[in-house]
Design a protein around this ligand. Sequence first.
Ligand code: AMP
Length: 577
Amino acid sequence: MTFSELATYLDQLEATSSRNALVRILAEAYKACSVEEIEPITYLIQGRLAPFFEPVEMGLGERLLMSAIATAYGTSKEDVTKTYKQTGDLGLTAMSLGPKTRDDTPSVIEVHQRLWEIAGLSGEGSLKAKLDLFAALLGDLDAASAKHLVRITLGKMRLGIGDPTVLDALSFAKKGDRSLRPVLEAAYNRSSDLGLIAKTLWAQGLEAIEAIKVTVGKPLRSQLAERLPNPEAVIKKLGLVGVQPKYDGFRVQIHKDGGVVNIFSRNLETMTPMFPELVAATVSLPVKSVILDGEAIAYSPESEEYVPFQETTARRRKEGIDEFATRVPLRAFVFDVMFRDGTDLTPLPYEQRFAIVDEMLKGSDTLQTAPLTKTDSVEVLTRELLDNISRGLEGVVAKRLDSPYQAGARNFNWVKLKRNTSGELTDTIDVVLIGYYGGKGKRAEFGAGALLAGVYDSERDEFVSISKLGTGLSDEGWRDLHKQLSRLEVGEKPARVNSLLVPDVWLQPELVVEVLADEITPSPRHTAGMVGDQPGFALRFPRIVSFRSADKKPEDATTVREIREMFQQQHQRAVRD
Ligand code: AMP
């Protein structure tokens, strides 16, 4: 496939506002792929060169790209700047300045390789070299291809293709329906690498997909927790459980392979440079290779207190990490081990995995096992919950002692119990911002404006509306948020957004916000959970608690299924009370 042919598919994907059409077009593109092409194409359509967890960056920002465009098309930088001002999109700028057609355009594989080469350049003189290579590449492409190439380079693809859409499209391309999705998804949960899955399916078929193993260096998709309303419900449903404190820190998946340590966030980004003290502690563990799961939390030795999430994540800024590491060093409370010295431990019952990790971490101060209390008593569980809350922690997580580690699953193997400020047991909801109101003209300046928020429908890979959010922010807070939002503004409703309400401005679904609401109510206006003529769900009196985009992707937002369960639990509580 030439890059130009891929660009035609990308144009079609860009033009559709229906998720089914996205799957169909992508499946067509996949059908036209050879074994060699399918892996790079899978990364490129998601605006990447490699899987999400590999920190491969092109290192070309807008200004450099503008120079490259000028060089490639023999125009002046002023011309490029002028066109950019008119179009507001550097991809469109390249398209309007580039030649409409071109003979002998390079293949997708060649373009991927040349981009890979650019990404690999570093050190003195590398910027100039990157620029030259990029300008040469642009010079080989037609205008429509140039548009997509520039967007890929900037990480601004905006096709709205989520992982489930890729998995569905692969299944359609191979089998003509969605039936392969469960097998593909299971392998994806173990490897987090869509390119690998696509290539394996094309080259070796379904059996080879089933044989894709847990591997050090490739993050597993995180196991997640379900909710139940109270300790009684937990004991009733799970029986004997292991209870652990729920730390409000930063989820870390720690991989050690000999002397090499990699740390991944909950959304599978590589975060290794952020955690030097965890890296050092992991290197000295008495194992050759290991994968651990835990929660990192900053601890202030002076006050002997844990530091809240927002401050822990302030480290994401590259500067000052060393200073942070001395002032508020991190600890990780490790609660699981998935792999050790060549053996996949995920099928073992939790009790055994816990014993293994507890033994392994003896003697480490920075990596500690999260203490585990076994009980089948409602009283003990209640005491643990209240105890942990009084120590400033979020609550507890109760785990089935006989459960395997189910990568990517949210089920009753783990159940979280939290308490909100009013004393009632509830949980916050993570919503994705999909639009805003009153954001134009004068009102925006004064900080007025409501947000339109959605949750994730994981079955349909769509974002569905659930609430309007008055921001409750100060003028300055709103202005700051507004700045972040303007980066995400789009002219039309994005393909994966499904909403009856039409905000003044649509947003690319990206920003995740944690909210607390009084109640979930049925609503004919919102599409979350709406089936046929049955109403959807809405949030009553939602308040913003925190911004979670540091550790959550839009697909990590609360799902429709969870909202439905929370609604039912709330209903049961109301009947019981
Ligand atoms: P939530 O993000 O509210 O769905 O809660 C699940 C999160 O709690 C996990 O993703 C972890 O980041 C965090 N967590 C804190 N302590 C624990 C623990 N002991 N076991 C499992 N998860 C924990």
